[in-house]
Design a binder for this molecule. Structure first.
Ligand SMILES: [Zn+2]
Length: 488
């Protein structure tokens, strides 16, 4: 039977704030276990939470970027369940009054948007981390680290509107880009700063009602999400085709074995006995706060790529490439602002800059320290203006990585100067023609293409330093002199 896949994603986004959600402990990754804890995030009796405004701002920024409704008033709730790494036995989350509702994530391109509708984004605290079981001496022990307890999370829930594992992949790539662009999270799935659960169900093609869904947890890489969903879709197809029924359950994806295993049957909301958190007042986002956050919103990735196409004449491909991250888009725009052709700047960034970042493992900030926009602009200008061939430009780029100094001066100092003096090239042209008598005959017999070969030889002879148009002119003249009949 033909089936339609229905997917919804719940993504936990670890927010990059200075301190945790309800206490002053620093919010940083890893470190010695249990060194960033206090009575509040350890859940000791009597400790009282105080809301971190920075986390509220981060979620509001995300909500605005998603075109969602950011509510003036939202309410924290207790979500009751037992977890060894959550000693309070409840998590402070938001339930029926979340900070953000509606909106959509665009998983398309600047030209062809594809809007995935969202249900909500709410704010909640992270739990600690269990390491279990580990062997210590003669016994197995579970150890707990509370450094992560109380770290702020935004939970973003999509509508069941995605239809394939590739959709889920595109969704996470787009979300990672957006949270990095907004500067609210490092978006690193491998470090757990984006964690995805996927709800998967199938229904006969064309039917309206949803089938029974399963939830896959523990997805910690974007490729893993795609593989796990594909495996679950196949599993459900097998069950349905065999006349079986899907049981609502939670599955765990084993990344190493690329296999799904059933974890537990799924809880319903009422299992958590949610009630309003008595230790926190409702979260109020004043008109002033909102205006401040709106004023601070950056131009969003798709809009920026579109502007690069429309205002600077980049192709859709180049625009998407240089607008991949906000830092790269800034670097591109500041370089192009020097008045050199934007297309040439995009080419240099797409080829040489990105390759250098990949090879050196540097981030863009470190690269910028050696080649700031004005310096790259000077180099691109030398090549675009014909002073340097692209080959010499590449050599100059390598020199610039190693040495400070103004590009034109460096080019001179390193002998990376194009020979455009026809007189100096004439003698070399003569040598080339003498060494290639057969090719000269071909040219004189009417084979125009022979000239290209001769230009190549001259470039080789000058180690690529001849200005190509001048070289071609000099060679043509020398050839014409050989054609001319002896004078009377
Ligand atoms: Zn704390």
């Amino acid at each position: 039977m033909a089936y339609e896949t229905v997917l919804g994603l719940e993504v936990h986004i670890q927010l990059r704030t200075r301190s945790k959600l309800f206490c002053a402990c620093p919010n940083t990754f890893a470190g010695e276990p249990n060194t960033r804890v206090c009575p509040v995030c350890l859940g000791l009796p009597g400790a009282l939470p105080v809301l971190n405004g920075e986390a509220v701002t981060a979620v509001a920024r995300l909500g605005l970027a998603l075109g969602a409704t950011v509510h003036e008033r939202s309410v924290f709730a207790r979500k009751n369940y037992f977890y060894p790494d959550m000693p309070k036995n409840y998590q402070i989350s938001q339930y029926d009054r979340p900070l953000v509702t509606g909106g959509h994530l665009d998983i398309g391109t600047a030209r062809e948007p594809r809007l995935v509708p969202l249900t909500r984004v709410h704010l909640e605290e992270d739990t600690g981390k269990s390491f279990h079981p580990e062997v210590h001496g003669d016994r197995e022990e579970t150890r707990l680290d509370f450094n992560r307890a109380g770290v702020p999370l935004a939970e973003m829930v999509s509508e069941p509107a995605l239809t394939s594992p590739d959709d889920a992949f595109a969704y996470l790539v787009a979300l990672r880009r957006l949270v990095r662009w907004l500067g609210i999270s490092d978006g690193d799935m491998e470090k757990g700063s984006l964690r995805c659960d996927a709800n998967v169900s199938l229904r006969p093609a064309g039917r309206k009602e949803f089938g029974t869904r399963t939830e896959i947890k523990n997805l910690n890489s974007i490729a893993g999400v795609r593989n796990a969903i594909a495996a679950e879709v196949e599993r459900q197809k097998g069950v349905l085709d065999g006349g079986g029924r899907i049981v609502q359950s939670t599955l765990l994806w084993d990344q190493d074995k690329e296999r799904l295993q059933v974890m537990r049957s799924k809880e319903e909301a009422h299992d958590y006995r949610y009630f309003p958190e008595p230790d926190l007042p409702p979260c109020v986002l004043s008109a002033n706060d909102r205006a401040r956050i709106e004023a601070d919103m950056p131009e969003l990735p798709q809009a920026r790529a579109r502007r690069f196409e429309e205002a600077l004449g980049l192709s859709a491909y180049d625009a998407a490439l240089v607008a991949d991250t906000r830092e790269l888009a800034d670097y591109f725009e500041e370089t192009a602002a020097a008045g050199i052709p934007a297309k040439a700047v995009a080419n240099w960034i797409g080829n040489d800059v990105l390759r250098t970042l990949k090879e050196s493992g540097e981030d863009l900030a470190a690269f910028r320290a050696t080649i700031p926009p004005a310096r790259l602009a000077a180099l691109v200008g030398l090549v675009a203006g014909g002073t340097l061939s692209s080959k010499l430009g590449r050599e100059l780029f390598a020199v610039m990585r190693a040495e400070p100094g103004e590009p034109a001066a460096l080019a001179k100092a390193h002998g990376l100067v194009q020979e455009s003096d026809a007189g100096a090239l004439a003698a070399i042209a003569e040598r080339v023609l003498e060494a290639n008598a057969g090719v000269v005959d071909d040219f004189l017999a009417g084979k125009e293409k022979a000239l290209t070969f001769l230009v190549g030889q001259l470039m080789k002879e000058t180690k690529g330093k001849a200005q190509p148009q001048v070289a071609q002119g000099v060679l043509k003249e020398a050839l014409e002199r050989r054609r001319a009949p002896a004078g009377p």
